[in-house]
Every structure is written in structure tokens, then in C-alpha cells.
Design a protein around this ligand. Structure first.
Ligand code: KIV
Ligand code: ZN
Length: 511
């Protein structure tokens, strides 16, 4: 293996499907996971952490299928420091052309207390479990969870044990987003200096964003000798999220003068992945998010616009095309054909099979009948609309609402449930509340609404609204999303979409 510090390449380890999906409410379906993995592989990430195979049957199946379909990337499965976890991870990743097992244990004083292990006892567990993993697979990643709050002497000791037992990558997680750039760099430097065998393995950096420093901490670690960055698309992840893939990759691309490390990522695929992950996770990207936010390349002030027209470099350090944003916002309408739609969706990062295009084309025509001009954003919203799937148990058949100053506001709703129509009229505090009450009457459930969010997709009074709904039932969190020019219809469909996802979750987690 090459010496960690001398390589001018940084490996990109994407954990959107594991650490990202672990974020409450970000659950993705099996098919969505396969689609994201394929997009990541095509984009050129080096390693895809596809899931936590022991966590559920669904996770296992997704990691196994992603492994079978993988083309270039190493496929990694996470496991705790337990032989049965490691075996399960191996069962799932062994189908990959290039499999990796990632095993971890919390090494900081707080984490050692949970299993109530002494330092010596934990060192033995690390030796046994890494040896066990290495006997199954020759590509082993080991993580001392909460490394940034672990005593340095102990951290050096356990890393040495893991290397001797066969770990080929040592990941240094800042599990609670506690560190800062200088400390992040010093830690890697210290480990490279003190741990015997450290120059024979790859050090990885895995940062959380609780203090908003995840990207800076990851890049500082690379400067000190780490050669693998663990990150997620859009920075998706628990609490404030993980290091954002698009941020580290673009920082390295834009500033090779001070950060001369290359990645294999095709940056023009960034925006397509960002949008798809936002859609399937239900976590919208904030407008001013670096690189992928709606405003990241927007210049509104007169001075900026003037400068941009004269020379785009006055206010732009990267070009929209670098991340796959096409400059034209070609307007489509009801006369646009299937070929034009395919080409436009291709520009937006969607590569559709013929049957998918057929389905989207029908929905595109329906939208074009109601909306004169269809913009990129409308198509993106259309692609993210998960409603009316063939196997949905609940479907919105018809809806009429009474709203305005003369209450009571009410909703007259017909739902198709398991193939049969059911109708009710319900009242509420406003039309959306009335619709949700009607749905609850027709399909009784105890799920609690956690979030209801409306975004205007474009400007203008005929704009579509995208509605996102998040609900929780016995700790299971699901999301639903729908777009329509009628906000109340979008709300009904988003709620029903979340319910359908809940029914799938119930089925999958049945004892
Ligand atoms: O943040 C963390 O510590 C993790 C580990 C499982 C690597 O995600
Ligand atoms: Zn993490």
C-alpha cells in the first residue's frame, strides 16, 4: 500500500446511504438506495458505504444488491465490534467486486462506559474483531468512534492494535462535531508520528457539522496527511449533518494552489445527485447552501450583475457548469415532445429508462395543460413527486375544498384504499387541516405529524408548490412529498405519500 502522506490523491468515501440515511426522517426506499448508489458510482466516488447490514433486513438487502450491481467503487458495510455483526456485513458486501468491511467501537471515556469495558478489555475486543474481519476480507476499515475525545495515548494504542490485526484504513471520527481545524490537523499529525505502522495504512477523516466546521476540519486533516474524506451529499446526516461531499470536492478543485490533492469525482454530476438526494430523503437544500443551494450562483445586486456581465470571474470562483448546472433554463410547454423532455432531463442529471420516461411524460403533459411554461425547477419537482405509484395502497381520487373568510373550511375527499373508494367530508382550521382530518377519518392511524413544509417551485401565481410532510409512529419516521399547482392537492398527496411509505415500513419491520 502507498504511504498515506505522499499520495496526491484523496479518496472520497460517500456515506449518504449509511450515516446520511441514519438522520431521523431521511429513510430511503430500497429502489431509491440502488439509484443513489448507481449515481455515486458513476460520479466516481472511491468508496460507497451502502448501509449497516445488521440494522435491518431492508438494510442488508440494499447493501447486498448495491454490491452485486457495483461497477467501480469499493462497497462498504458497517458493523459494530461483534463477530455476528461483522459476519452479516461480510454476507452483504461479499458480492461486490471490491468489498470492504467497516467495523467500529466507541473509544472515548464516555463511550467506553456504555459497554462498561476497561481500557484493556476494549483493546482485546478490538484485536479480536479486527482479526475476525480480516479473516473474511482483505479490505478492512476500523473506526475508534468519538476519536476526537479519546485520550491520545489510548488512541495510539488501539490504532496500533487495529493495524497489527489487519486494518487497512483507520478512520478518525469526530462523532459529535467537537473538533476545530487546527486540532483536527494536529491529531492526524500526532497519529502519523506516534503509531507504528501508520505510514502503511490510509487515515480517513469523518467529521460531523455540529459547530459548522465539518468541511474545514476534513480539509485540515487532509493537509496533515489523511487521504480519505468521509462525506455525504448535501451534508445529509444526523443532527447538523456530515461533511458535505460537494464542498470538499469543489474546494479541492477550486484551490489546487493551496490544497494540491486530487479526487476522481466528476463534478458535473454533483447537482443531479444533490437534487435526487434532497428528493428521496425529504431534506430540502437550504437556498444559501454552498455549491448546491438555489442561490449559490445567483447574482441579484446591481453591482454583482454588472460585474458578471463584464467578466464572470469578478464574482464567481467556479462556473455553474462545473457542478452540472446548465446555463440555459430552456422553457418547455405543452407542445414539447418526448425527445425534448428526455434531453432536458438528461441535462438536469436524470438518465431515464424508456418506461420511466413514458410515465414522466404523462405527468409532464398533465402539468403542461395547467401551466403555460415549464421550467427546470418544475421538471425537478415532477421527478421528485413520489405519489400515485402503481403499488400504493392509498390514492387520492378526488378533492374539493371550501375555504375563505366564510368558514367553516371543509374538505370533501375520496380516497382509494386497497382498491375501494371511500368518501368523507371533514372540517378543520383552514383547508389543509380539513384535508388532513378527512384523511385521518378515512384511514385511521396514530402517526404524529412532525413537519409540514411548502415551497414554491418557481415564481408566479401559477407556480407549483412542493409540499413535504414528515410523520412519526412508534419511533419510525417517514416522509412524503408531492408537487402541484394547487397547494391543497399537493398537501393531500404528500400526506398520503407519507402514509404509503409508513405502510411499507410497517411491513418491513414486522417481527
Ligand atoms: O460519527 C461516527 O462516529 C460514525 C462512526 C460509525 C464511524 O459514523
Ligand atoms: Zn458519523
Amino acid at each position: 500500500m502507498t504511504k498515506t502522506t505522499t499520495s496526491d490523491h484523496v479518496l472520497i468515501f460517500d456515506t449518504t446511504l449509511r450515516d446520511g440515511e441514519q438522520s431521523p426522517g431521511a429513510t430511503m426506499t430500497h429502489d431509491e438506495k440502488l439509484e443513489i448508489a448507481e449515481m455515486l458510482d458513476e460520479m466516481g466516488v472511491d468508496i460507497i458505504e451502502a448501509g449497516f447490514p445488521i440494522a435491518s433486513e431492508g438494510d442488508f438487502e440494499a447493501v447486498a444488491e448495491i454490491s452485486r450491481r457495483s461497477k467501480n467503487a469499493v462497497i462498504c458495510g458497517l458493523s459494530r465490534a461483534m463477530p455476528r455483526d461483522i459476519d452479516r456485513a461480510w454476507e452483504a458486501v461479499k458480492h461486490a467486486a471490491r468489498p470492504r468491511i467497516h467495523t467500529f467501537i466507541g473509544t472515548s471515556p464516555l463511550h467506553r462506559d456504555i459497554p462498561n469495558l476497561t481500557k484493556d478489555a476494549m483493546a482485546d475486543v478490538i484485536h479480536e474483531t479486527v482479526t475476525h474481519a480480516r479473516n473474511l476480507c482483505d479490505n478492512i476499515q476500523w473506526s475508534p468512534m468519538d476519536a476526537t475525545r479519546t485520550e491520545h495515548d489510548y488512541l495510539c494504542r488501539v490504532i496500533e492494535i487495529a493495524i497489527k490485526a489487519g486494518a487497512t484504513t483507520i478512520n478518525i471520527p469526530d462523532t459529535v462535531g467537537y473538533t476545530a481545524p487546527r486540532e483536527s490537523a494536529d491529531l492526524i499529525k500526532m497519529l502519523l508520528e506516534r503509531v507504528p505502522g501508520a505510514d502503511e495504512i490510509i487515515f480517513a477523516t469523518h467529521c460531523h457539522n455540529d459547530l459548522g466546521m465539518a468541511t474545514a476540519n476534513a480539509l485540515a486533516a487532509v493537509e496533515a496527511g489523511a487521504r480519505q474524506i468521509e462525506c455525504t451529499i448535501n451534508g445529509l446526516g444526523e443532527r447538523a449533518g456530515n461533511t458535505a461531499l460537494e464542498e470538499v470536492v469543489m474546494a479541492l478543485k477550486v484551490r489546487p494552489d493551496i490544497m494540491p490533492w486530487k479526487t476522481k469525482v466528476d463534478t458535473t454530476k454533483i447537482i443531479g445527485l444533490s437534487r435526487r438526494v434532497a428528493q428521496v430523503s425529504g431534506f430540502a437544500v437550504q437556498f444559501n447552501k454552498a455549491i448546491v443551494g438555489k442561490n449559490a450562483f445567483a447574482h441579484e445586486s446591481g453591482i454583482h450583475q454588472d460585474g458578471m456581465l463584464k467578466n464572470s470571474e469578478t464574482f464567481e470562483i467556479m462556473r455553474p457548469e462545473d457542478i452540472g448546472l446548465s446555463e440555459t433554463n430552456l422553457v418547455m410547454g405543452k407542445h414539447s415532445g418526448r425527445a425534448a423532455l428526455r434531453s432536458k432531463l438528461g441535462d438536469l442529471g436524470y438518465d431515464l429508462a424508456d418506461n420511466q420516461l413514458r410515465d414522466v411524460f404523462v405527468r409532464f403533459k398533465e402539468l403542461a395543460d395547467r401551466k403555460k411554461e415549464i421550467f427546470d425547477e418544475d421538471l425537478i419537482a415532477l421527478m421528485g413527486d413520489g405519489t400515485d405509484a402503481e403499488n400504493d395502497r392509498i390514492k387520492v381520487k378526488s378533492l374539493r375544498v371550501v375555504c375563505g373568510t366564510e368558514g367553516p373550511q371543509s374538505a370533501d375527499l375520496t380516497l382509494e384504499i386497497d382498491g375501494e373508494d371511500h368518501q368523507v367530508t371533514a372540517q378543520g382550521d383552514g383547508p389543509v387541516d380539513a384535508v388532513f382530518n378527512a384523511i385521518k377519518t378515512l384511514f385511521t392511524h396514530d402517526a404524529r405529524l412532525q413537519l409540514y413544509q411548502v415551497h414554491a417551485v418557481t415564481e408566479g401565481t401559477d407556480a407549483q408548490a412542493t409540499v413535504s410532510v414528515r410523520m412519526e409512529e412508534n419511533g419510525k419516521i417517514v416522509t412524503g412529498q408531492s408537487s402541484d399547482t394547487d397547494t391543497v392537492v399537493a398537501s393531500a398527496k404528500a400526506y398520503v405519500n407519507a402514509l404509503n411509505n409508513l405502510l411499507v415500513r410497517r411491513e418491513k419491520t414486522k417481527p
